[in-house]
Design a binder for this molecule. Structure first.
Ligand SMILES: O=P(O)(O)OC[C@@H](O)[C@@H](O)c1c[nH]c2ccccc12
Length: 252
């Protein structure tokens, strides 16, 4: 599946036209994650569909969801912008920036410098970089280009091997351990326990995907996660605030 997504993304990049630059006040992802409202930082995601789950909700109002997340004490909003596989939209970035004060992370498959520039123009504060999708040399170049454009990055790995390869090239400020294997879609929060010991002390550690219960949250916190990235569970729940409070109830 990942290969199909990357192929489609390459074609998209070939015809990419730079959008007009949106002007918003930049908000720092890392600063927000380091001063959480709840026991851990929370990146709450706006995601209508995914290749593993299909349609998650029938329709979405990104501004309303972002405001609900903000009120519920989220630290940042993750916005899917990939259309073919996640039913996202690039315009959601500006819509969400207009609606809330939180930093906005662009979630897409960023493979080229043009997309980094596009991300800055769309008004995002930060973007996702996935270690399993490009060479390590390219990953480092994209990371540097992002910071040149004033964007922060969440660098995502799935395995300890991937993380080690990244660390040979650079030390990301924010590291995400994706509990979901993007090739098989298998999700296990044990992945965070497995990989966390190899994350440098100076990097902020985010546990991503498959987090559904207060036990899950307690488990990844014990493993060393400083923040969570949650999509599906929050998208399915009408009362975001109650769901988030429930999730943190077993944390210190
Ligand atoms: O919906 P979940 O299981 O809570 O997962 C959220 C997020 O981690 C997931 O959407 C994600 C993680 N890495 C990605 C890369 C691309 C697209 C999406 C993702």
């Amino acid at each position: 599946m990942l290969n199909a997504i990357l192929k489609s993304k390459q074609r998209e990049i070939e015809t990419l036209q730079q959008p007009e630059r949106q002007m918003f006040e930049r908000k720092s992802l890392i600063e927000s994650l380091r001063s959480p409202v709840h026991a851990l930082g929370l990146i709450a995601e706006i995601k209508q569909a995914s290749p593993s789950k299909g349609l998650i909700v029938d329709s979405i109002n990104p501004q309303q969801i972002a405001m609900d997340y903000e009120r519920a004490g989220a630290s940042a909003i993750s916005v899917l912008t990939d259309e073919p596989f996640f039913k996202g939209n690039k315009a959601y970035i500006a819509e969400v920036k207009q609606a809330v004060q939180l930093p906005v992370l662009r979630k897409d498959f960023i493979l080229s410098e043009q997309q980094v520039e596009e991300t800055a123009r769309l008004g995002a504060d930060a973007m996702l970089l996935i270690a399993g999708t490009v060479s390590m040399t390219k990953l480092k170049q994209l990371y540097q280009e992002a910071y040149n454009q004033g964007l922060e990055c969440l660098v995502e790995v799935h395995s300890a091997e991937e993380l080690r390869a990244v660390l040979l090239h650079f030390e990301p400020e924010v590291i995400g351990i994706n509990n979901r294997n993007l090739n098989t879609f298998e999700t296990s929060i044990k992945q965070t326990e497995l990989v966390a010991p190899e994350v440098p002390e100076t990097s902020l550690l985010v546990s991503e995907s498959g987090i559904h219960t207060a036990d899950d949250v307690q488990q990844v916190q014990a493993a060393g996660a400083q923040a969570l990235l949650i999509g599906e569970l929050l998208m399915r729940q009408l009362d975001k605030g109650a769901t988030i409070r429930q999730l943190f109830r077993k944390c210190l």
